[in-house]
Design a protein around this ligand. Structure first.
Ligand SMILES: CC(C)(COP(=O)(O)OP(=O)(O)OC[C@H]1O[C@@H](n2cnc3c(N)ncnc32)[C@H](O)[C@@H]1OP(=O)(O)O)[C@@H](O)C(=O)NCCC(=O)NCCS
Length: 176
């Protein structure tokens, strides 16, 4: 498997088409003709096998706040592996790459939300429940601010010495 890390603004039309196809295969109901759900990410990892795109992980580099204390995070979005290539640790390799990058650049946490979290627990993530606040966006419209308790949905990997706490998490943008 070959991995490419690419900034969002450098993505070519051909890469965009391949990403759309993979997202549509992996996420039923993914918005048609799009490579993002709510907002563009900052960068992506693209995983190739024999020149075919088989894995994708998009990342939002953002500040969040927990009880008004700021933290830098990598937020994971649209993480997937093509059906035929699953179960070969491709996703775990992508998570490890992102972790190395975050450690290299003093990112505090990798963060994502998921209801099926086995993959993340296998890879050393911790499962948390927090009250969260985020910008509610739907189809290119800002509809307001959501406040909701997310139970056993938040997955966190601490990359430095900072500890995740039980306080209110302000995403300072859309939820991942
Ligand atoms: C989740 C996904 C990326 C895993 O890819 P993969 O390359 O097969 O993952 P790995 O081989 O590194 O790890 C396999 C583990 O993932 C776990 N897993 C399978 N589907 C999963 C899912 N939807 N969410 C979380 N974990 C999952 C399995 O428990 C498996 O663990 P096991 O080997 O102990 O049984 C892939 O199944 C996928 O693309 N699913 C559809 C899209 C999706 O749900 N993405 C996650 C969004 S949070």
């Amino acid at each position: 498997m070959n991995l490419l890390r690419i900034e969002e603004f450098k993505i070519t039309s051909a890469q965009k088409i391949a990403i759309q196809q993979l997202l549509t295969e992996c996420f039923p109901g993914y918005p048609k003709g799009r490579t993002y759900y709510k907002q563009l990410p900052n960068f992506r990892y693209l995983a190739y096998q024999d020149h075919q795109l088989i894995g994708h992980l998009a990342v939002e580099h953002r500040m969040i706040a927990i009880d008004q204390q700021p933290f830098s995070i990598f937020g994971v979005v649209d993480f997937c592996v093509a059906t035929k290539f699953r179960g070969r640790r491709s996703a775990s390799t992508l998570l490890r790459k992102l972790e190395e990058l975050g450690k290299e650049h003093q990112i505090d946490f990798i963060l994502l939300t998921a209801s099926d979290y086995q993959l993340y627990l296998n890879n050393g993530y911790q499962l948390h429940s927090n009250t969260c606040r985020w910008l509610f966006i739907s189809d290119h419209q800002t509809l307001g601010v959501k406040n909701q308790h997310l139970s056993d949905t938040i997955l966190v990997k601490a990359l430095a010495e900072k500890k995740w706490s039980a306080g209110t998490v302000d995403f300072l943008g859309p939820v991942f």
